[in-house]
Design a binder for this molecule. Structure first.
Ligand SMILES: Cc1cc2nc3c(=O)[nH]c(=O)nc-3n(C[C@H](O)[C@H](O)[C@H](O)COP(=O)(O)OP(=O)(O)OC[C@H]3O[C@@H](n4cnc5c(N)ncnc54)[C@H](O)[C@@H]3O)c2cc1C
Length: 466
């Protein structure tokens, strides 16, 4: 195993050991019990019919779920869509189906005790079309009319709105919506094997459906040897008096460039509540969380913010592709369910953001006439994303293979001098050929030679993507 693969294998453990969860009312479902209770303020009931077979868990609003299979003399209720993973991608698919009036056919299986994990998912207004914005509108916890970037010798205010979804709100809204729609949500249930229409959980429970959709989140590694990493530690802070930030600071790259392209990301939720994130594009997956926490608190202090307490912490290490030949969903094996979300390669190859594409996939699945059309809908979306992904991989090669870590910030500074529309389409994974030319053409950032860029980008590109 090469060093990157070893490092990548460590990151999930790191995340698990460092994650701090938002608190919502949640329950763990033991396979041996019947449960009636409250999740996120919603009354739910769970029936269990013996060990080692199918579970049924529906809201009280959906008694029609309770059907029986006379041949097997046991109760069961196959779903239409079985969604594995109640994170961003899986949750949005369930929500889109519920909004289409098809929620009663959804079974959503999540290994955690709550939906949505521990995240703040942000996006630009221009990332989504009207339909996409309609889908996520009620999930948005914060919205700002503009945002800002800052580099050593250049700063800019970008007149594009920016929004954030908190895991807490995501879980609450989704739980309410799915419960009202009669969907079944299995919490605390880990999938062990998944086929195209049947899923076995670790406790041997079997769940069946017309189609299974795999949204189990990032794998520990991408299916390739060479990756870069985006690593981040974020602290949500309560301040003793009003902080200095009035709009999101997407990138403050005036911080010391240690370990790669490093910047601080600031989301002022209110004058006295702020998320400050230390982010680095690095060659390795190792992350010293405590060191990052100290750096964030120093950053707050340097900017005149007095911290009353740390409210929440989030940690992430995302592998970014350099050479993967194609979007994962275009390589799906027969017999395996279609993969969506980060696991399916539905993310921006450079930023690691997946929300804009997750929305597109969710809408495409909900628009498919029948569950059987899901695979085609996912593949069709993958084909539209693939050229953008290929361009992103190419940029990653330039960044990770051709630019010394301490100089990588120059590429981003140069990018942020481009027209707003070009920047917007880049984030939305809708870059045109003209946009791509704008990003690439012109003099390379100072200190980076053409020969190095060409060697890392074009030659490896033709070798690996032909
Ligand atoms: C800290 C952090 C911040 C991020 N911020 C942004 C952002 O601002 N904007 C943006 O667009 N992107 C952001 N991203 C990137 C990306 O959008 C997220 O990682 C996003 O959550 C990926 O969505 P997903 O549904 O693929 O995976 P996840 O949201 O991770 O969901 C996967 C779900 O599957 C569950 N699961 C896993 N294995 C099993 C199993 N065997 N059985 C059952 N359930 C299982 C997990 O518990 C999880 O809930 C961020 C990533 C991180 C780590």
């Amino acid at each position: 195993m090469n060093t990157n693969s070893q490092q990548a294998n460590e990151w999930a453990d790191l995340m698990a050991s460092n994650g701090v969860r938002d608190g919502i009312d949640s329950v763990g479902l033991s396979p041996m019990t019947n449960f009636t209770g409250n999740i996120g303020g919603v009354e739910v009931s769970m029936l269990h019919h013996g060990s080692n077979e199918e579970l049924e868990w529906g809201s009280r609003a959906a008694p029609e779920w309770r059907q029986s299979d006379p041949e097997r003399n046991e109760l069961y209720s196959p779903a239409k869509h079985v969604i594995l993973g109640g994170g961003l991608a899986g949750g949005l698919i369930a929500l889109a189906l519920a909004k289409q009036g098809r929620g009663a056919g959804v079974a959503l299986i999540e290994s955690d005790q709550q939906l949505g994990g521990n995240h703040t998912w942000s996006f630009h207004d221009t990332d989504l079309d009207d339909e996409g914005f309609d889908l996520v509108a009620e999930l948005v916890a914060h919205r700002w009319p503009r945002h800002q970037v800052r580099f050593p010798a250049y700063s800019r205010i970008i007149e594009t709105g920016y929004s954030s979804i908190s895991s807490e709100r995501f879980a609450r809204v989704l739980t309410n919506r799915l419960s009202a729609a009669g969907a079944r949500v299995y919490l605390g249930k880990r999938v062990s094997t998944a086929g195209t229409s049947i899923v076995r959980l670790e406790d041997e429970t079997v769940v069946r459906g017309d189609v299974v959709i795999d949204a189990r989140g990032p794998k520990r590694t991408l299916d390739e040897d060479r990756v870069g990493f985006q690593k981040f530690v974020g602290l949500e802070l309560e301040l003793t008096c009003d902080g200095p930030w009035t709009m999101p600071l997407m990138m403050d790259a005036t911080v010391a460039q240690v370990d790669g392209y490093r910047f601080t990301y600031v989301l002022p939720f209110s004058p006295r509540r702020v998320l400050i994130e230390d982010t680095v594009y690095s060659d390795n997956a190792s992350i010293d969380v405590e060191e990052c926490v100290r750096g964030i608190l120093n950053y707050a202090a340097r900017n005149g913010a007095e911290v009353a307490r740390i409210v929440r912490r989030e940690v992430g290490v995302l592998p970014l592709p350099i050479e993967a030949p194609r979007c994962v969903s275009l390589r799906a094996l027969p017999g395996s369910p279609p993969c969506v979300g980060y696991r399916g390669g539905f993310f921006h190859a450079v930023t690691g953001y997946s929300l804009p594409i997750a929305v597109r996939v969710a809408l495409a699945i909900a628009a498919a006439a029948t569950p059987a059309d899901t695979r085609d809908a996912v593949a069709a979306t993958a084909r539209t994303i693939e050229p953008q992904h290929r361009f992103g991989r190419f940029l990653n090669r330039l960044m990770f293979a051709a630019m010394p870590p301490a100089s990588r910030w120059k590429a981003f500074e140069r990018f942020y001098r481009l027209p707003e529309a070009t920047i917007a389409r880049f984030y939305a994974s809708r870059s045109t050929w003209r946009d791509r030319a704008r990003v690439l053409l012109g003099r390379p950032p100072a200190g980076i030679a053409w020969s190095r860029l060409l060697g890392a980008g074009f030659f490896q590109s033709s070798r690996n993507e032909s």
